[in-house]
Write a protein that binds this ligand. Sequence first.
Ligand SMILES: Cc1ncc(COP(=O)(O)O)c(C=O)c1O
Length: 370
Amino acid sequence: MRLAARLEGLGTSPIRAMHAGAPAGAVPLGLGEPTWELPPCARAALAALDGSCGYGPNAGLPELVGALASFYGAAPEEVLVSSGSQGALFALFQAWLGPGDELLVPDPGFLAYPALARLAGASCVAYRLGPGGGLDPAAFRAALDASPAAKAAVINFPSNPTGGGASLAALREVAAACEERGVLLVSDEVYRELYLGPRPPSLRDASGYGLVLSSASKGWGGPGLRVGWAIGDPELLAPARLVHAAMVSCPARPSQLAALALVEASAEVLPAARAELRARWEALAGALRSELGVEAELPAGAFYYWLPLPALEAEGAAFCLRLRDEARVILVPGSAFGRAGARFARLSYAARPEEIAEGVRRLAPLWRRA
Ligand SMILES: Cc1ncc(COP(=O)(O)O)c(C=O)c1O
């Protein structure tokens, strides 16, 4: 049987593949998920489930829609509840992209964007990030100007994989460029609540144009709930709602109830998540200083450290395999996130503080020798 053409080139995520082949006892600094516990309010919501477990509305439970509307200062019709923010990305790309269309994606950037664009039949055009892995509006505009077929663009700050940010002015410039061209702008803000310095701005602070995506997975600490959302113009969301409903009917009801508890308790849940993040950052910064002599700069947010490869190490993927198999510490080669990542590795400090310290201790000898 012949595979559908849109699946060509679609493979297992290199992040999952690095973990799947790892030796026993390898320290996992690869996965991008919180290792702190699901907050008690969400566990209580799951434990309190009564006998009713119906599907619920396609649009999401009205209570969750209402809680998200008030969190974002939006109207309920501006909220789409999805199965993870990845469900929203899938639905939006299916709704707005097709063969011949191009999607602007960050390089380096989250590896699901090109995969989801391909599933919609579209192709990707990369724009480079600026120094520190943040948004460079000039590079964005240059890529947009060079892409007459661009129909949509994704920005993601704080960034996976660099931890870099976007200034309010940069967000304004990018929103204006997209609005001028009528290009759909999607701001993936899943890491916005995970910061240690100033709170990163949202696209919604900069412009009324575009859609904002987030989820219960990162700052709210519940990746396994698989609840995400998109916020913005109801006309842009309407066709994505149809796709999402056709795909899954609605996100799982128990998960939505847990997400509701999390969003309602944002004032406690998010600062507690940042305290967990700070403990992890301090473990990382201390280990980088003592083991590698590196003074790490505080990132804009997220829990990724974008580590330049040692000068003599030409091939990041091979080096990360050696780190995994010889030093037993898992990092993700930067090349997994795009061409611009070739000389980097992504270290996720979502891991537990003691794992972070042990992981850096294990990788240090290979780093120094390379
Ligand atoms: C930048 C970015 N966007 C979206 C997602 C998808 O997250 P979820 O579907 O759990 O909301 C991830 C997950 O790692 C991510 O890193």
